[in-house]
Unconditional design. Structure first.
Length: 318
């Protein structure tokens, strides 16, 4: 997996979640806490999710073939989408059910020192994982806000790990609050409420991940900044009179398909047009190295001809 895939962040999250899951289950056995059980299942689901992200990264590296001529880059999007489904079905729904069950039939939290000790350990471990994810994300985030980074990132792994770790930290705080209130008041309903809040939190994160990864899965264009680079590279070529319209689509996080109709001089010979197209492709790849598949269609520019309004604001003047 490439650096953009956040392999360090995934491994850090996987190691932290496996250790935390074991500790939480032990605490649940001693305390009978609903919040601890919900958090245990949450950590198990997160561990499975990191394994799915690693599997997707591995399968995406397969070479293209006759059945899949554009390769398997979108495997990473598919497995990221599966992660959102797992997070909702296993994490959120189980937590909501467990919370409802504990509120309907509350029980006193036994041996609360186990719950407090494990939750504090888990917060430290998740904090380390979250810090690693933030550090790796900053290398690709640039000047964008965190919300913009999550919405526009083409590599799904880092946004997934970031949101999972954030949800895990908030969930641990809610679990700690629920257990504390249940111990202080002697009312197990607080423990159930903590589990309910954890379930709602996981459901919100799962929906956000599902929406973003679905968009990547069905095919997203390059960012406006990348399209501007391609546009400038083409119009800077002496063989290209004008860019008529352009289409881009990510075949994977580091693989971009570019389809452009370019205007050439009406006096150019076929050989000159062919050389011009070769030079234009070279300029595109120099400007945007992830442009792996490029289709250029030569045409004559006819002022006043209809243009494609969906090509973007910069393309509307063609």
């Amino acid at each position: 997996m490439s650096a953009g895939g956040g392999s360090k962040a995934i491994l850090a999250a996987l190691g932290a979640n496996l250790a935390i899951a074991v500790a939480k289950f032990v605490a649940f056995v001693f305390t009978g806490s609903s919040s601890m059980l919900a958090e245990s299942v949450h950590s198990v689901a997160d561990s499975g999710n990191q394994a799915l992200l690693m599997l997707g990264g591995k399968r995406a590296q397969r070479r293209s073939n006759r059945e899949h001529p554009f390769g398997y880059g979108r495997e990473r999007y598919f497995y990221a989408f599966v992660v959102s489904v797992v997070l909702f079905t296993i994490g959120a729904l189980f937590s909501l059910y467990e919370g409802w069950h504990k509120i309907a039939d509350p029980h006193k939290v036994e041996a609360p020192q186990w719950a407090f000790g494990v939750l504090i350990f888990a917060i430290v471990a998740e904090g380390f994982s979250f810090r690693t994810a933030i550090k790796e994300s900053r290398e690709t985030k640039g000047d964008r806000s965190w919300v913009s980074f999550i919405r526009r990132a083409k590599a799904p792994e880092l946004p997934v790990v970031l949101l999972e770790d954030l949800g895990a930290l908030l969930g641990l705080v809610f679990a700690l609050f629920g257990v504390t209130m249940a111990v202080v008041t002697g009312n197990g309903v607080w423990d159930g409420l903590g589990s309910l809040v954890i379930g709602i939190l996981l459901a919100v994160i799962a929906v956000i991940l599902a929406v973003e990864t679905k968009s990547l899965l069905i095919g997203e264009s390059a960012t406006p900044e990348v399209e501007d680079k391609i546009w400038a590279a083409l119009e800077g070529a002496p063989e290209v009179v004008k860019v008529i319209h352009m289409r881009t689509m990510h075949l994977g996080p580091e693989e971009l398909l570019v389809a452009v109709k370019i205007a050439v001089d009406h006096d150019d010979t076929a050989g000159e047009v062919a050389r011009g197209i070769d030079e234009a492709e070279r300029r595109i790849r120099d400007a945007v190295p992830i442009a792996r598949v490029i289709y250029l269609e030569p045409d004559l520019y006819r002022p006043g001809a209809s243009t494609d309004a969906t090509s973007g604001s910069r393309r509307s003047d063609a």
